[in-house]
Write a protein that binds this ligand. Structure first.
Ligand code: GAP
Length: 488
């Protein structure tokens, strides 16, 4: 058995579509850029990822509870959070092709070219200059730098650039039935603010004591200028965020604790250590005093899947100021009132899905000589697989189909089980491999005599004979979420 060549993003996109994981949104109308739908298998995998994150946060930690806040929030929320004034990307258009780019990404691309050409110092110099200009909000300077670096549009091949403008990434809409009465609100660009504005509600109603955390899973929306790399950068996506409220001064300790805990989580769901790395932020977001990304090695390189940020008291303090409602906590241990500091963990459900999917996609050459063939399967952790077991009668006749159906029925209440009698058994195994089903249960003539079946293991393709009465416990044990949670 040998490993086939490296997987491309195109392999992933094609497999995801062909086997019901991810479809382009409104595809019959040629799709909508940077928006995707999860299919019948994709939604199961994504739900399993969300469930394991939720349990890891709220079940494994006594001091973390969950909430589900609305997407729409009072518009002042986004003023307080800094998103109205500061959630911008610098954009530039090419006048000939009309193609729009992110100015910082054009310069980062140029720096990458320098690095690839063995000029890392030049690359760093360019990035430093870009950082300086963006920090000083010198957009004309950013344009001059793009021109001085000879950067051209990929489509027109010209350097006929417009001015650089700041582009706010928030989507806005109106609430109110009559135009005159309506007011502008935003689709939330992060779920975190729903947690901040509920900090005191949860603290008081749950009698929570600092340090404690609030977790949430939900949709977020950003009008990304350059949307690419499949579900990596979308305009509508899902975040899994946890704000951990701590005593001021203890935030770096908690930051390091969460940095480690989150890496452990990613390894526990099956992402290999060598495909994960930390990336410390040099340029901090407006709200942070320390920040690190956890990056996964996608087919297009190491990219962020999760951010861990020490957000100080930035958000709660600004909400206190704008709402005129105190956001303080009385710490009875030290007899003091304070606005807690916050350490945030923020992972994109879609990026975690993509990382898990890319990691699971396996192409191997199996067999020898003439019998050699390529085998593709999804090596998903059994607890994450969309289908846990498939029951397959060797043939449909002589009562085998009925027997297999009754076995499938008996397992359904314990874990997701399907029945399939369509096509030769080899083809049916392949079908299950392609969606990552860890166990195939074959019903043959011996089953009719002694109530035993074979279990075929997806990864090794090995088969073992077991009694029907053992199936529920044996497979149930392997596919339980506990197998992940106990190693986090
Ligand atoms: N509350 C902090 C926050 O929103 P962020 O680094 O902007 O921080 C956190 O986003 C995570 O959300 C990212 O690590 C990524 O996984 C996910 N994410 C952000 N923008 C995304 C997009 N356009 N498409 C898919 N996922 C995205």
């Amino acid at each position: 058995m040998s490993q086939a060549p490296a997987t491309s993003l195109q392999d992933i996109i094609s497999h995801a579509k062909e086997y019901g994981f991810v479809f382009p949104s409104s595809e019959i109308y040629d799709g909508l850029q940077a928006v995707y739908d999860y299919g019948q298998n994709g939604v199961e995998l994504k739900n399993n990822l969300k469930a394991v994150w939720w349990k890891a946060m709220t079940q494994l930690n006594d001091n973390i509870v969950g909430i589900d806040a609305s997407i729409f929030m009072h518009p002042l929320t986004w003023k307080a959070s800094g998103h109205v004034d500061g959630f911008n990307d610098p954009m530039i258009d090419n006048k000939d092709s009309k193609k729009r780019y992110r100015a910082d990404q054009l310069l980062e691309g140029k720096a990458e070219e320098y690095r690839e050409a063995g000029q890392p110092e030049k690359a760093q110099e360019l990035l430093n200059e870009m950082g300086r200009l963006l920090g000083a909000e010198d957009l004309a300077g950013v344009r001059d730098l793009i021109i001085a670096e000879g950067i051209k549009c990929q489509v027109s091949g010209t350097a006929n650039w417009t001015d650089v403008r700041q582009f706010n990434l928030m989507f806005s809409t109106q609430v109110g039935s009559v135009a005159e009465d309506s007011s502008q609100i935003y689709l939330r660009p992060e779920t975190a603010q729903g947690i901040f504005v509920n900090f005191l509600n949860v603290q008081k109603s749950g009698r929570m004591k600092v340090p404690f955390g609030i977790a949430q899973i939900g949709k977020a929306f950003r009008n990304e200028i350059v949307a690419r790399q499949f579900t990596f950068r979308m305009r509508e996506f899902e975040q899994m965020e946890m704000q951990f409220f701590v005593r001021p001064g203890s935030e770096m300790e908690w930051y390091n604790t969460w940095k480690e805990a989150r890496m452990k989580f990613h390894k526990a769901i099956g992402l290999p250590a060598e495909s994960l790395q930390y990336h410390d932020h040099e340029k901090l977001a407006h709200y942070a005093n320390a920040a690190v990304d956890i990056e996964y090695k996608f087919p297009f390189g190491f990219r962020e899947i999760e951010g861990i940020h020490s957000r100080t008291d930035f958000d709660l303090r600004n909400h206190q100021e704008l709402s005129k409602k105190k956001q303080q906590y009385f710490d009875s241990e030290i007899n003091q009132n304070y606005i807690p500091y916050v350490v945030e963990t923020s992972v994109g459900a879609d990026r975690l899905f993509l990382a898990t999917f890319c990691n699971a996609y396996t192409r191997e050459t199996v067999g020898e000589g003439e019998g050699q063939k390529e085998r593709v399967y999804l090596k998903l952790h059994p607890a994450l697989a969309p289908v846990k077991a498939a029951v397959l009668p060797l043939v449909k006749k002589d009562g085998l189909a009925e027997k297999a159906q009754s076995i499938a029925q008996s397992l359904k209440s314990s874990f997701r089980t399907v029945y399939d009698d369509n096509a030769a058994i080899g083809k049916r195994y392949t079908r299950q491999d392609l969606i990552g089903t860890p166990y195939c249960i074959a019903v043959d003539y011996q089953t009719m005599e002694d109530d035993t079946v074979t279990i075929r293991h997806r990864d090794s393709m090995e088969q073992e004979r077991v009694h029907i009465s053992e199936l529920k416990d044996k497979i149930g044990y392997e596919v339980a979420m506990e197998r992940i949670l106990e190693v986090i």
